[in-house]
Ligand binder design. Structure first.
Ligand code: IPD
Ligand code: CA
Ligand code: CA
Length: 279
């Protein structure tokens, strides 16, 4: 679905619905590819001591970037495997910037644990505008965007109603540098373990965020995330009634490397645990 010079996208009168439809189609195709490769022998490489990459990450990214570039030739792209590790905010910020994680949950995937997803988000002028997260193992597609709603397999989703942190279930994750950095989330993990009903570490931040949007989780926090982990779901969590911010409760920035997402009611209680001085 290429957009010519006179299209609504190119002219600035953005109609995001057809853009989202194309992203959904691309995420489904990439997810099907990941699903096909899942049970086959994997070619696994190491980007760091515990940071993996597989041939499936690369194949899915090639597919996604090829299709996005054909559909939106005037847009910019930042995708994990071709990013060269670049995670800083582009300057100048392109009007349209796609953020692509071809396989969020690579460690799970490489171990044959079927919790992983394709995550494709679009920033418009630096702000998450729409996103798609597709989980091929469960055939669950989350999508939505600003003014477009939030959906799981085309049904509208809503965050949970839980307002008591002690009864909440939250998720988090740990950065790949946890062995060498004290800023590794272990202190927060301990604190939240005492403050909540349960904590989960599923291994896919994109899915964690979608699970907040649809009420399976009441909240999520994580640091040192990458923009491609969060851009898609951040676009539609508010549409589901939730809230996304940085650790201080300020505006969420996909390049900021701190994410708190919640059903809204638990946002301040979660921020208070994060900002407490001692576990
Ligand atoms: C990782 C997952 C994980 C999170 C890490 C991410 P990857 O993404 O989202 O849940 O804890 O911070 O880097 O490496 O599987 O794409
Ligand atoms: Ca990721
Ligand atoms: Ca990834």
């Amino acid at each position: 679905m290429p957009f010519g010079d006179k299209s609504p996208v190119a002219s600035g009168k953005v109609n995001l619905a057809p853009v989202l439809a194309e992203a959904i189609d691309i995420a489904r195709e990439a997810g099907a590819l990941l699903g096909d490769l899942f049970s086959k022998p994997r070619d696994i490489g190491y980007k760091g001591k515990i940071d993996l990459v597989t041939d499936a990450d690369r194949a899915a990214e090639d597919l996604i970037l090829g299709r996005l570039a054909r559909a939106f030739p005037d847009h910019a792209f930042l995708a994990e495997e071709s990013s060269g590790g670049r995670v800083s905010r582009p300057d100048p910020m392109p009007r349209y910037l796609w953020l692509v994680d071809p396989l969020d949950g690579t460690t799970n995937y490489a171990h044959g644990l079927p919790i992983y997803a394709v995550s494709i988000g679009l920033l418009v002028e630096g702000v998450p505008a729409l996103g798609v997260v597709y989980d091929p193992s469960r055939d669950e597609l989350f999508h939505g965007g600003v003014g477009l709603g939030a959906y799981l397999n085309d049904r509208p989703v809503r965050v949970s109603a839980e307002a008591d942190l002690e009864r909440s279930i939250l998720a988090t994750g740990f950065p790949y540098d946890l062995r060498v950095s004290v800023d590794n989330n272990l202190a927060h993990f301990t604190r939240f373990s005492y403050a909540t009903q349960a904590i989960r570490r599923l291994g896919s931040a994109a899915l964690d965020l979608c699970y907040v949007a649809c009420g399976r989780l009441d909240g999520f926090w994580e640091l040192k995330l990458h923009p491609w982990d969060t851009a898609a779901a951040a676009a539609f969590i508010p549409e589901a009634g939730g809230r996304v911010s940085d650790y201080a409760g300020g505006p969420f920035d996909v390049f900021g490397r701190q994410a708190v997402a919640s059903n809204g009611a638990l946002h301040e209680p979660i921020l208070r645990v994060i900002s407490a001085d001692e576990p």
